[in-house]
Design a protein around this ligand. Structure first.
Ligand code: SAM
Length: 231
């Protein structure tokens, strides 16, 4: 599977250790923080927290700033990235190599589930949505951050999208990994728009509480509550 190979490659580790480390404080950490605050505003004292597609623990690191001492279950398909997460989070949680179509969890046990840049990478996004619903308890929160398929043509979006694509093309030159950046652009084109995703959640047993655009709509964050009893 192409995605699995990309995220298990040396490129992924290099990208996480250097490029993401330098670039995240400029923009993406602001989006991650907004997601964390949105989730905690609904469930202020979560006991069971899962970060699916945790990668190298970027979300967990910020969550620990907001809520020192919490334990996070980090799930990802990439062992090298989970290893980085374990180092970064100083072992403050659990680390399971798993696929986002099959969550290694019982029904209705999770208070807060984070999925940042995760659903778009799923080979079967509908399955990832139904797994997310299955593992959350009623009233639990799914906090999703992603690059949704654009459906905007205004100047603010065009300018931000140009900046985003230029940065990614620069990363392609630095890392010499054409395939990974090509895959990123393709995956965005093949993904849901944010409004399609919100509609899907609202008809799948969630109630979307907030949907926020970042960088003029280049990225988006969604906070959804599980409304139904066990599924
Ligand atoms: C762009 S990174 C995002 C990591 C992290 N959530 C963040 O905000 O930095 C995408 C992550 O999704 C993981 N991933 C991709 N496909 C996956 C799958 N099918 N199941 C589980 N994880 C997957 C990758 O290994 C990678 O760590």
């Amino acid at each position: 599977m192409r995605v699995k190979e990309i995220f298990n490659s040396d490129f992924a580790v290099y990208y996480e250790k250097f490029i993401n480390r330098l670039s995240s404080p400029v923009q993406v950490n602001r989006w991650r923080r907004a997601l964390i605050r949105g989730a905690l505003s609904v469930v202020p004292e979560p006991e069971v927290i899962v970060d699916f597609c945790s990668g190298a623990g970027n979300m967990g690191e910020l969550l620990l700033e907001e809520k020192p001492g919490v334990k996070i279950l980090n799930c990802d398909i990439s062992k090298p990235l989970l290893h980085l997460a374990r180092e970064r989070l100083e072992n403050s949680g659990y680390y399971i190599c798993s696929d986002n179509r099959f969550f290694p969890l019982r029904n209705s046990v999770v208070d807060v589930l984070f999925s940042s840049f995760c659903v778009r990478n799923s080979p079967e996004p509908y399955l990832t949505v139904s797994e997310s619903l299955r593992v959350l308890r009623k009233g639990g929160v799914w906090a999703v951050l992603d690059f949704f398929k654009p459906n905007k043509g205004d100047m603010l979006f065009k300018l931000n999208n140009y900046l985003f694509k230029s940065f990614m093309n620069l990363s392609r030159l630095i890392t010499k990994s054409k395939e990974a950046i090509d895959y990123l652009f393709e995956s965005i084109e093949n993904f849901f728009t944010m409004s399609e995703f919100v509609a899907l959640l609202n008809k799948s047993g969630f109630r979307v509480l907030a949907a926020q655009e970042f960088m003029g709509g280049v990225a988006g964050g969604v906070i959804a509550i599980k409304e139904v009893e066990n599924v």
